[in-house]
Ligand binder design. Structure first.
Ligand code: 0RA
Length: 638
């Protein structure tokens, strides 16, 4: 019958060759992102089973070989019944047919919300080997594939209780130049999944490292929000957060938004699309912001709460707001250099439309909470007006006498050339003296810190400005703080923390990093903050002198230079202050010979926790942190 010879049969005939020929068309590329795409693909299928209430546990194992991954779920098990038309079993059809989903009556076989939409067959096509094991109908079933082709028919292994699916795959080195997985990336994805799919238990096992981590949060996003608010040290304005959950079975989409106003001075919204972080926001976040603004304004008007003498801006309404937005949609379009902004225009009105009435309803039914929120918003507006007035008078002053306002102990650089200037924040007066003499004064400025640096983990901006050392840093930077921050006014191209290579030095460096992370995250994001690497040892061998950053470096130098030239003389520096200016220049300041660590933030989830951990009780943990990171890489991930 001609009519039964439909397009879907053609795909069966076509098989997986196109995927192997042009992998980029299906997974975006064959680099690290493409490689991990395979994991997400298989993982999402398992998550889908959990999302639909069939599975409670999902485990991802990075196998000991370092280049294969196993994903296990305790769902219904992949179907193994005979497919009437092809005579093949269903599992084989799923793994060998592009877009096999449509072939099954119930469209449950879709990735979470049709996520990437390319499916298990693509992973199979791009795997040197894939073993699928399904437990259902009282038996364990298994089929093995090589480069997309079944090695043998499905085998019925043995009787088994329960149900579930296990997929082990080994990406094909003929396709992927590098087949090593990034455990941190996978762990991060699982941790986020445990929040966006509350109640499901996610386990990440890394056999190479011998680690195993479990992630499970009964309440999902509200748990996540509570953690974010807590970690940021922001006191909530109201107890229970606003929660919105919307599911549209017809379109396979799902919206979840949790919001809480806090006393913090910034807004902190995190968003996810199909479990993928959208750090640069996009249409879903915009929709939330619009709906939120309208709901709050409506509430204020309806209840005659409009303040006198000040108008409320959208920023006032969202000051101190913490929130998480998670949506699942069938066809997300990502934009931007790192593909971390959602671009589907149709989603802004969907979120706006869902949020506005729900939030307004919530405000109207929690009047005392709503009034506290409105009071918070009005306060934000008044503070903004006051700070603008103050700012205007300050900038009028500084426009005429810019340098006169700088801290007295700052030895500024003499050149005016933008593009290559550096500010060294130096621990202690004597070190500051050496640095001042040893520097290239045309482009290197020195700011010595004398007193104690405040631990700013949970301090407010006004407390920071009350601390002499930190307020000097703020003044020297020139770019303002908090609401007045403007990176264009930053007076230096690099900000370099120079502290002793010992534990006291590390302590001060950690406090400064916390300060930058909390109050100048933009400077870190723009790669402006660095750690200098002063040497710990001087090694003299005959007439030659070497500088060692640490014990291992020292030993290596000794080993490489001792033959026949007598015993090397090793001097351990007690501190930067002991170093002659010339030596400090050679080892630490001179851009030609020094080593710098750039401070970067790669994983917000991790970072917030690291900072909290570091500044917690265990002082030695924070020293170790800096030491370890400094040794292994030129980029310090705070
Ligand atoms: C289609 C039908 C059924 C289960 C699945 C797909 C399924 C797929 C995957 C992929 C990973 N884990 C999975 N678990 C289940 C069975 C439908 C039924 O039993 O009625």
């Amino acid at each position: 019958m001609a009519s039964s010879y439909s397009a879907k049969d053609i795909t069966v005939l076509e098989g997986l060759e196109p995927v192997r020929k042009r992998p980029g068309m299906y997974i975006g590329g064959v680099g690290a992102a493409g490689l991990h795409h395979l994991v997400w693909e298989i993982f999402d299928n398992a998550v889908d089973e959990a999302m639909n209430g069939h599975a409670a546990n999902v485990q991802v194992t990075l196998n000991g070989d370092g280049s294969s991954v196993t994903v296990v779920d305790d769902g219904r098990g992949m179907p193994v019944d005979r497919h009437p038309k092809t005579g093949k079993n269903a599992l084989e059809v799923i793994f060998t047919t592009l877009h096999a989903g449509g072939k099954f009556e119930n469209r449950t076989y879709r990735t979470a919300g049709g996520l990437h939409g390319v499916g298990a067959s693509v992973v199979n096509a791009l795997s040197q080997e894939l073993v699928a094991t399904s437990k259902r109908d009282g038996f364990l079933w298994q089929q093995t594939f090589r480069r997309g082709q079944p090695v043998a028919p499905l085998r019925k292994l043995k009787p088994a209780r329960g149900s579930g699916t296990t997929i082990r795959f080994h990406p094909d080195p003929r396709i992927f130049p590098k087949t090593t997985f990034d455990p941190d990336l996978i762990r991060q994805r699982l941790e986020i999944a445990s929040y966006v799919h509350g109640g499901v238990r996610f386990v990440f096992a890394d056999e190479a490292r011998g680690t195993r981590q479990e992630f499970r949060h009964e309440n999902g996003l509200p748990d996540y929000l509570a953690r974010i608010v807590d970690e940021r040290g922001a006191s909530p304005v109201h107890e229970a957060p606003f929660v919105l959950v919307r599911e549209h079975a017809d379109t396979g989409s799902r919206i979840e938004v949790v919001l809480q106003w806090t006393e913090a001075t910034d807004e902190h919204l995190r968003s996810y699309v199909n479990g993928i972080p959208t750090a640069s926001g996009g249409t879903h976040e915009n929709g939330v912001r619009t709906g939120l603004g309208k709901a709050v304004r409506n509430f204020i008007e309806t209840h005659n709460l409009t303040p006198k003498g000040v108008s409320l801006t959208a920023d006032d309404i969202r000051e101190g707001l913490a929130g998480v937005v998670s949506i699942f949609v069938p066809d997300p379009q990502f934009q931007g250099q790192t593909k971390d902004r959602l671009n589907n225009p149709e989603l802004a009105p969907v979120l706006d439309g869902a949020l506005r009435p729900a939030l307004e309803h919530w405000l109207n039914h929690n009047i005392s909470v709503a009034e506290a929120i409105v009071a918070r918003i009005v306060l934000a507006a008044r503070a903004r007006e006051a700070s603008r007035a103050a700012q205007q008078s300050v900038s009028r002053k500084s426009a005429t006498s810019n340098r006169l306002n700088l801290p007295g102990k700052l030895s500024d650089c003499t050149g005016n050339t933008r593009g290559d200037s550096e500010l060294f924040i130096v621990e202690g007066d004597s070190a500051g003296g050496s640095a001042k003499q040893g520097r290239d004064r045309t482009r290197q400025a020195i700011l010595p810190l004398r007193g104690k640096v405040l631990n700013v983990e949970s301090a407010s901006a006004s407390k920071v400005l009350a601390n002499k050392e930190l307020s000097d840093v703020v003044t020297a930077l020139g770019c303002g703080l908090g609401k007045t921050f403007d990176i264009a006014r930053l007076r230096y191209d690099r900000i370099i923390i120079l502290a002793d290579a010992d534990s006291d030095g590390n302590h001060i460096a950690t406090l400064l990093l916390t300060f930058f992370y909390r109050f100048f995250p933009q400077l870190i994001a723009h790669g402006k903050v660095f750690l200098a690497q002063p040497p710990l040892y001087r090694v003299d061998v005959g007439k030659e002198t070497f500088w060692a950053l640490d014990d291992a470096h020292r030993d290596a130098i000794v080993k490489a230079h001792t033959n026949g030239r007598g015993a090397p003389e090793i001097t351990r520096f007690k501190g930067l202050g002991e170093m002659m200016p010339k030596v400090l220049w050679e080892t630490t300041l001179n851009p030609e010979t020094r080593r710098l660590l750039r401070v970067s933030v790669s994983d917000q989830l991790l970072t917030d926790r690291v900072i909290t951990d570091l500044m917690g009780k265990d002082a030695s943990a924070r020293f170790r942190f800096i030491m370890e990171r400094a040794d292994e890489t030129l980029t310090l991930d705070v």
